[in-house]
Design a protein around this ligand. Structure first.
Ligand code: ADP
Ligand code: MG
Ligand code: MG
Length: 245
């Protein structure tokens, strides 16, 4: 589904990613771990097409085609979802309306009709039940006055509704309490299918107490310096990041 080949990228002439190779197949959950400043958020931004970053060398293929020339929107329409590190608050726009608009924009870009209201409601009901969400919060203004955990839940709900092929969840290095971690983990576990894939980016090994990744990669100074299965996360927990240097 995703193939990253010898990716060198950065900002201005500063190289942040220094040759990343990564292959992700449908049905897989990959965790990317690494110390602060190693390039984790840069990698997720570059995959999503954030235009502040430049690709110097290498390629990113999505379902066999290079996506380097595509805008963030075009990548989203192909099924790439990047979580928001700093969720926006939109007073007066309910979470439900925001998601309806996002879904219909996505359908339009793919040449599909708007989802009929009845089907939209059915989808909302299914996904909110799957994620054990209190539906009251869907009628509140988007993210306004939401707690950290509620913002996370909202983000996971958006992901559930949009059904991306590849979801990239970049957990900031600060401020995620254990409840928010559990919400993210629970969402990832429940939304996993044989056709979608998830990249979970985290500084914390404890997120991986709740999500069982198929593969763990350690990013250090812009390179993947170690890859393994979930035991690698435990090894990191025991030995710390100094061990991979
Ligand atoms: P991580 O998410 O692993 O903490 P980042 O990808 O945020 O790492 O940052 C990797 C490196 O790139 C750091 O040295 C950081 O200072 C630098 N960097 C990130 N964003 C920018 C930016 N907008 N301008 C300049 N340098 C940046
Ligand atoms: Mg950081
Ligand atoms: Mg980061």
């Amino acid at each position: 589904m995703l193939e990253i080949r010898n990716l060198h990228a950065g900002i201005g002439d500063k190289e942040i990613l220094k040759g990343i190779d990564l292959i992700i197949k449908p049905g897989e959950v990959h965790a990317i771990m690494g110390p602060n400043g190693s390039g984790k958020s840069t990698l997720s931004s570059v995959i999503a097409g954030n235009e502040s970053f430049e690709v110097f060398e290498g390629d990113i293929l999505f379902n066999g085609e290079s996506i380097l020339d595509l805008s963030p929107d075009e990548r989203a329409h192909k099924g790439v979802f990047l979580s928001f590190q700093y969720p926006i608050e939109i007073p007066g726009v309910t979470t439900t309306n925001f998601i309806k608009t996002a879904i219909n924009a996505n359908r339009k870009a793919r040449g599909l009709e708007e989802l009929p209201a009845k089907d939209m409601l059915k989808l909302i009901r299914e996904k909110s039940e799957l994620l054990e969400m209190d539906r009251k919060f869907l009628s509140r203004s988007l993210n306004e006055g939401f707690s950290g955990g509620e913002k996370k839940r909202n983000e996971i709900f958006q992901m559930a509704m949009l059904e991306p092929k590849l979801a990239i969840l970049d957990e900031t290095d600060s401020g995620l309490d254990i409840d928010a971690l559990k919400i993210v983990a629970n969402g990832v576990n429940k939304l996993k299918t044989s056709e979608n894939a998830t990249i979970v980016i985290t500084h914390y090994q404890r997120l991986l107490d709740y999500i069982i990744p198929d593969f763990v990669h350690v990013l250090y100074d812009g390179k993947i310096v170690k890859s393994g299965e979930k035991e690698l996360a435990n090894e990191l927990e025991a030995k710390g990041y100094d061990w991979v240097k």
